[in-house]
Design a protein around this ligand. Sequence first.
Ligand SMILES: [Zn+2]
Length: 139
Amino acid sequence: MVASRTCEFVMADGSRCRAGPQRDRPYCFAHDPERTAEAAEARRLGGLRRRKEGTIAVAYDLPGLDTVAGIRRLLQIVSTDGLAMDNGVPRLRALISTAVAATNLLKVGEFEERLATLEAAVGQTRSNDDAAFPEEASR
Ligand SMILES: [Zn+2]
């Protein structure tokens, strides 16, 4: 059995930090008193990174990649930038990759639509079957 160690740092509310400690150290990276400066620098860089991501997302009107609309927007950006490149093998590869990704996105969208239609149809049938008097439910 593997014993799981946790960081020994005690939070302001008296609870223990639940992060895993560093190897051969009782604290996690964020709470190690010997690495305070490094942890502060890591937090600063993390903040800069998040701000930069936010600025770029606004500049490109990019909602994120967790929706079809977000992925579609990214592919639009890539294809526009790809078309603006000097002609050559890298440009053609980028455009072909974008076309393949866009085709897959269209397929997913089509499948989602068909699935929703099927689920709606099955849902109607089910609610009729579940009724105590199915003849009356469909009327
Ligand atoms: Zn910790």
